[in-house]
Design a protein around this ligand. Structure first.
Ligand code: AR6
Length: 194
């Protein structure tokens, strides 16, 4: 597990199953527009949550790319599920702006509800075909950009399915942090009285 902090926001990367993250307030669903059970993340979350989640979702559908809505967690170990519709790569344009909106809107919803912790999957990188390295950069830049505007959310977990996906995300997270910390210490004084 790798963790980096941006202001008061801690971002963790772990390998695991998004449907088995009992120590976070909300898990994020990589949803379809109709908010119905699907494959991948949506399938795993709806299976674990039971039919009550599908019922609650019907009243909130459809949603548009970049939008996020919140429901209860039903039989999941988490009190809340935040449903995001990421962009389909090559169809919903501009993809980076729509993917960034998904992350930003999910974080804002969690913050409005006073939640402390949120676990995300890598939105749009499965069935929706977004190249993973590009998607990871959008995700972490957006989280870093949003960090200062958050009041209650202080911990974000990125849950990756495979070791290769985890390694890639750890690398991108480190690079995003490094790009924002070019001068972590004050530059040394020259000593020449300039
Ligand atoms: N836990 C963590 N990550 C997972 C899990 C899991 N249980 N299952 C898959 N992943 P996807 P999308 C990874 O396809 O691209 C659905 O059918 C996966 O390896 O779930 O946004 C919906 O109904 C990939 O890296 O989401 C929509 O129609 C990432 O999570 C559509 O797919 C996202 O994969 C959404 O497509």
């Amino acid at each position: 597990m790798t963790a980096r902090t941006f202001g008061r926001l801690r971002i963790e990367c772990v390998r695991g199953d998004i449907a088995n993250q009992p120590d976070v307030d909300a898990v994020v669903n990589a949803a379809n527009a109709a908010l119905r059970p699907g494959s991948g993340v949506a399938g795993a979350l709806h299976r674990a949550a039971g039919p009550g989640l599908d019922e609650e979702c019907r009243a909130l559908a459809p949603i548009a790319p970049g939008e996020a809505v919140i429901t209860g967690g039903h039989d999941l170990p988490n009190p809340w599920v935040i449903h995001c519709l990421g962009p389909v790569y090559g169809r919903d344009r501009p993809e980076p702006a729509l993917l960034a909106a998904s992350y930003r809107n999910a974080l804002q919803l969690a913050d409005e509800r006073g939640l402390e912790s949120v676990a995300f999957p890598a939105l749009s990188t499965g069935v929706f075909g977004y190249p993973m390295a590009q998607a990871a950069e959008v995700a972490f830049q957006t989280m870093a950009d949003t960090a200062d505007a958050l009041h209650s959310v202080t911990r974000v977990r990125f849950v990756l399915f495979s070791e290769a996906d985890l390694t890639l995300h750890e690398r991108v997270l480190g690079a995003v942090q490094a790009s924002r910390c070019l001068y972590p210490e004050p530059p040394p004084r020259s000593g020449r009285g300039v």
